[in-house]
Design a protein around this ligand. Structure first.
Ligand code: KIV
Length: 279
């Protein structure tokens, strides 16, 4: 398993970090087998797995439940667990307790927090001091979608870009081990990547970030109807899965399944129980 030191080294040596989300045993097992560097148990699970319209309904229980399954499927991969909506805003004490729960219950290697307010910087410092690595997240931060006014590209003018750069520096100074940059113009992401010491992981933030992350269900087109502009689809589970299920249904209806290959036989009919019906 990579450590945070390895991730840092990858930035220094300009070797790109490949990260993907996963939410359960089969997705994390496939991600690990494919050789991904890091897995994120994203709260995007609310949308792509649980069918909510945003991430705000995701709970601590959801993250623990899915985080445990991911860990079982990918025991040798660096796993980051998202802290869900409002699990790190009420008080510092509650933030520490929730992060402790996530790490102890799931065996994950780090937690991810969105934003860079004074409260988040303080939480990042305290969690780091307590031995819990923190991955930061700036740009489009989906838990604040209602404050941001929708899923929009962030940092598009000088002032907003300058603030993002300063926020990124503050998070790095507070001890964050990596920074997810979501929906940020690539030129700004390149500046942030060059200016901060920790790896940046982009999602819709261009090729100059130190790594990339995408949502598992988006890359593989698995249960999603629309893809954001920044997603490249690498497989089509929707079509392939539907085709397979349609064949199965037709085979069942036409009694082509189960054929002899998929059926158990008794050695001799004498081993069958007596019935009153004539054979
Ligand atoms: O929840 C998630 O999947 C994320 C990624 C989009 C970075 O936070």
């Amino acid at each position: 398993m990579l450590s945070r030191i390895d991730l840092q080294k990858m930035k220094t040596e300009n070797r790109k970090i490949a990260m993907v989300t996963a939410y359960d045993y089969p997705s994390s097992k496939t991600a690990e087998a494919a050789g991904v560097d890091m897995i994120l148990v994203g709260d995007s699970l609310g949308m792509v797995v649980l069918g909510y319209d945003s991430t705000v309904k995701v709970t601590m229980d959801d993250m623990v439940h899915h985080g445990k399954a991911v860990q079982r499927g990918a025991p040798d991969t660096f796993v980051v667990i998202d802290m869900p909506f409002m699990s790190y805003h009420i008080s510092l004490e509650q933030t520490l307790q929730n992060a402790q729960l996530l790490i102890q219950e799931t065996d994950g290697q780090a937690v991810k927090l969105e934003g860079a307010s004074e409260e988040i910087l303080q939480a990042t410092r305290r969690l780091t001091e307590a031995g819990i690595p923190v991955v930061a997240h700036l740009g489009l931060t989906p838990q604040s979608v209602h404050v941001l006014g929708g899923y929009k590209v962030q940092g598009k003018d000088k002032e907003a870009g300058g603030k993002l750069l300063q926020d990124a520096k503050n998070l790095a100074d507070s001890g964050a081990i990596a920074l997810v940059l979501e929906c940020v113009p690539e030129e700004l992401a390149a500046i942030i990547t060059a200016e901060i010491s920790i790896p940046t992981i982009g999602i819709g933030a261009g090729v100059d970030c130190d790594g990339q992350v995408l949502v598992y269900h988006d890359i593989l087109q698995y249960g999603v109807d629309r893809l954001p502009k920044f997603v490249k689809a690498y497989a089509d589970f929707n079509s392939e899965g539907k085709r397979g299920l349609e064949s199965y249904i037709a085979d069942v209806r036409e009694m082509r399944f189960p054929s002899a290959d998929y059926t158990f036989k008794i050695k001799d009919r004498k081993f069958l129980p007596e019935t009153n019906k004539e054979e």
